[in-house]
Write a protein that binds this ligand. Structure first.
Ligand code: CTP
Length: 426
């Protein structure tokens, strides 16, 4: 291990004032209690990259409880302390999160199992982490404030834009790191270093993840689909390293699907440009997990939203057939207005042909958001008694409107008056 130390105090000084205040308070406490304290993980990485990050992760070489208590006092914050894990969290009122942990080393008895944990120093604590770029520390102790520890060549990896695992067992220890690696590659626009990619590939091929907590995998997949913008690159990376296999080893995602992945972004863009407010990650995740064996779903604690989208996808062929059968504007409007924007996006993306797509565009452009220029009060003024008849007449005018007739208020009133007369036997 070649240790590299340099001064990053000027970078700390460039952080937002709120973060600086917290770090300086840590610095004073570190001196007072005579305990070394370090800023670690994502914030160090992002500070060097000039990216914003709101999660302050601290590692302490020593007892954490009194440090946590005093820090909470100084910052007038609530705190939680987990005796067993020797970790703590501060609930800060501003927009920052703060996690604190005693420096520790980890040993994984088998792939994906819970690690056994032991007290250790900073170096071992950093060595248990996922990637070099996440394994740097900045000292906060008073006289060494701002000293950057880079034991694993992370600064060079940042320069070369490399995602590199710290050691060859990293993905066997914790396979969810494969997904994290893809996430960083996409989010930071970095490459996965060759040897690291080989290790990921081997871990995925080995496929012995029976002890993996599937909801953790799902959580990381969710973060992954939230993080990327480049669909082509996402498809290429996931094709090479199909990380969703961590959920179910025999789960395949066919080639054609990957090739059409880019069209998904076009569908989303089209609907967004028409003022649809779509939760894109939900759409992407549902599409990614569509073919997942059903038995796994229960073990994932899927949110209702995603489960609902998966159910929709399971029945989408029948739904499309129904829409093709009843394609008059009234049924079309009735069937499509019921859909959430996410379902509409999936339907648009999976449209079997151009004609179907045009039908959906017709709905989006002409029908959705349209409304009559008359309402129930007009019906009463036209002499109708309050009651179900009001809605019935409005529905009849609406049906006519959807067929392309009665565009303006005058015409709609005229039609309504005629319908009311007919009802009254006139
Ligand atoms: N970590 C790890 N293996 C994991 C998860 C996390 O080694 N499976 C380590 C990494 O060093 C990471 C740190 O724990 O930097 C904190 O995890 P997390 O908050 O998830 O990541 P950050 O890098 O802090 O932040 P983000 O990815 O959200 O930018």
């Amino acid at each position: 291990i070649s240790e590299r130390r340099e001064n990053a105090a000027n970078l700390l000084d460039g952080l937002p004032a709120g973060i600086q205040k917290i770090l300086q308070t840590c610095s004073l406490l570190s001196e007072k209690l005579d305990i070394p304290v370090y800023l670690v993980g994502g914030m160090v990485r992002d500070m060097l990259l000039g990216r914003e990050n709101r999660d302050i992760d601290l590692v302490i070489e020593g007892e954490i409880k009194s440090f946590l208590q005093e820090l909470a006092d100084e910052l007038e914050a609530e705190y939680q302390f987990h005796e067993r894990f020797q970790t703590g969290t501060l609930t800060l009122s501003g927009e920052y999160n703060l996690d604190l942990a005693r420096a520790r080393s980890e040993f994984y008895p088998s792939p994906g199992a819970r690690p056994q944990v032991e007290q250790a120093g900073l170096l071992e604590d950093l060595f248990r982490r996922d990637f070099t770029i996440n394994a740097m520390a900045v000292e906060l102790s008073r006289e060494k404030y701002g000293l950057l520890y880079d034991f694993f060549g992370a600064c060079a990896d940042l320069d070369r834009k490399y995602i590199r695992a710290l050691h060859r067992f990293s993905f066997l220890d914790d396979p969810t790191r494969i997904i994290r690696g893809l996430k960083y590659a996409l989010e930071l626009d970095f490459h996965i270093e060759e040897e690291t990619e080989k290790l990921m590939d081997e871990a995925l091929k080995r496929g012995d993840f029976s002890r993996l907590k599937l909801n953790r995998v799902f959580q990381e997949l969710k973060d992954l689909v939230r993080s990327y913008h480049n669909h082509q690159r996402f498809a290429a990376l996931m094709h090479r390293l199909p990380a969703f296999k961590l959920l179910a080893y025999d789960f395949e995602f066919d080639r054609e699907r990957w090739e059409s992945w880019e069209d998904l972004s076009e569908s989303l863009e089209y609907l967004c440009s028409r003022d649809y407010n779509i939760k894109e990650w939900g759409v992407k995740l549902a599409f990614l997990l569509e073919n997942m064996p059903f038995a796994y779903r229960d073990r994932l604690s899927l949110s209702e939203e995603v489960a609902d989208l998966l159910d929709f996808l399971a029945g989408i062929d029948d739904f499309i057939a129904e829409l093709e059968r009843d394609d008059d504007p009234v049924s079309l409007n009735e069937n499509l207005s019921r859909l959430s924007p996410e379902k509409l996006a999936l339907l648009y993306f999976l449209a079997p042909d151009q004609k179907f797509r045009e039908t959906l565009e017709y709905f989006v452009e002409e029908l959705a958001g349209a409304g009559l220029s008359i309402d129930g009060n007009d019906m009463l003024e036209l002499g109708l008694d309050p009651g179900p008849a009001v809605q019935e007449v409005l529905d009849q005018v609406w049906a006519e409107y959807l067929q392309g007739g009665v565009a303006g208020r005058e015409e709609q009133l005229k039609l309504a008056a005629r319908l009311i007369r007919e009802r009254n036997g006139g």
